[in-house]
Design a protein around this ligand. Sequence first.
Ligand code: SF4
Length: 704
Amino acid sequence: AVQPAASQHKTTCCYCGVGCGVNAQVSHSTVIAVSGDRNHPANLGRLCVKGTALHQTSQSPDRLLHPMVNGVRSTWDAALEHTANGFRRIIDEHGPNAVAFYLSGQLLTEDYYVANKLMKGFIGTANVDTNSRLCMAAATVAHKKAFGYDTVPGCYEDLETTDLLVLVGSNTAYAHPVVFQRIVKAKAERPKMKVVVIDPRRTATCDIADLHLALRPGADAFLFNGLLSYLADHDGLDQDFINSSCEGLDAALATARAQVPSVAQAATICDVPAADLERFYQLFCATPKAVTVFSQGINQSSSGVDKGSSIINCHLASGKIGKPGATPFSITGQPNAMGGREVGGLANQLAAHMGFDNPAHIDKVARFWHAPNMAQHEGLKAVDMFEAIHRGEIKAVWIMATNPVVSMPDANFVREALERCELVVVNECIANTDTAKLANVLLPATTWSEKHGTVTNSERCISLQKGLVPAPGEALNDWDILCRFARKLGFEQGFDYQHPVDIFREHSALSAFENNGERDFDISAFATISKADYNQLAPVQWPVNAAAPNGTKRMFSDGRFFTPSKRARLISVTARFPKKPPNNGQMIMNTGRIRDQWHTMSRTGNAPHLMSHMDEPGVDIHPADAKQLGLSEGELAVLENLGARYLGRIKLNDGQRRGEVFVPIHWNDRFASSSRADALVNAITDPICGQPEFKHSPVKVSAY
Ligand code: SF4
């Protein structure tokens, strides 16, 4: 028989926040090969190791194929009827705040939109949070405080064209590999470009650093307060820009000066050589084109918002924003952490960047949705939500495309909370994740190459992930599952979408609804997009509207911001160290990603070659600490905190600071049952944004 020729399709990678464009080759209803899309602005043809394995990681033998209720195969109708009856009974008896959704940056924007609309507008509670809370919540608030709304001002091109690239709390080489490849190439072509890495660890990212400041963990805001003082004392302020476009400098500067009056003092607090710190301050002060990239090392902190504000302050005060090669740049962890924020994926947000802190926004969204039960107050953030489940106040939770039993802080507590919960519903593509095992109702969801819709990457680029192959078994798209559930609850109107384009149009229209120039970062150009155009959507950076029909590479070029005064706000930051210092004999555990695995390995754990970089949980430790503890390279060590244990193989690493160990976040019960690192992380959060302090957990370390 003649074999049909393979067809080629453009789509988007489903892993990290770089958001690479992918050419997928499909034959016999299967993706058989992938390559980087040369025309996609995020990657210009590159893919990292995870990206090259996309087709392997989505074809797992562990796929969930059928709805299950209490461990028994069910039908969609019966499973959703069971779920709707459970939600209805609990809401009737205890009110809408007794139910919750826990979402994921792996969802498409259209999925996120429907989940938010259903919960916040129709069920009547804002108990909708997402694993983006663990990732970007601090940056979201820091942006809003400074700019009036949550937005990333710059673009990836700025990271290449800048003269000074500062990477803070970001192991870009592992967590955002294609962005790192772009930086490596740019630096090779323009050796005058300087790279400064600020990170307690000497990571792979430091391979290209002209200067590495291995600061004391958690000292970032002290360091940037010191920079703000230095700028003021060394003619580093852009007085014209401050006069025309900023407010709050005097207070921010006074606080910074009071805390960090000199470079010498900053160096002592941050525990870095004073000469190195001064070199960084001089470089930043003297270089008009500077970009500061910040990520989880800043965000995953009990003072993450302040750390972000301290960075943005320095860019505003020196006018390094809104210009080519000059911007603060929060780089997101997940493929759609930004898209989720756009449609209100966090418990304190509404759709279209609006929030519960503004009654006019609540009213506006309610009228747009024709919402019968509009939530009036923000809901519980992730850590608070699982605590409320543990206390029995939330009695039904629906978890979509995420694995909190592995990824939440104090993960054993979260497991216990779900064991106690009356009704746990899980949408998953994989049948046997640690969280799926606790589900009363387990619903099979589509995954990459099957689902169809948009994601937004770290540089605000909206890009289409395409449905290219049929869903296996009875798997459905998340938005479709939610719409069927909404109709079971009796919400016939508002959830009759036939295709993701219907949802995308509605989201686009809401972004500009009664805007009156308040939020001129909408995507109203897509409010009437045809299905054919949507299915061929080319990557585009929002805003996309009448003023910017082809999208917007860079924001704030005109010096106008989204605050009522149109001025950016410098924030007075009182820097603080992590809340829980180690006791005698304890070390500080830092957690993070390795290069070739994604989150809790639900999909990447199935691709053998992704194990070749690191095939078991490790513990990076300074050789002198290891010697003191009687540990040697290759031996097993046990880390303990909160009654939990993490087992890992010792790797001697003189790039670790003394007193600190590093462990990866990925391992779980499927691959190494004694190595769930987040079970050892205290559930301590930033009081403003609710983001947990994943980077600083006191642990006991000993030989196994
Ligand atoms: Fe996918 Fe991120 Fe790798 Fe790009 S860098 S291929 S988006 S995992």
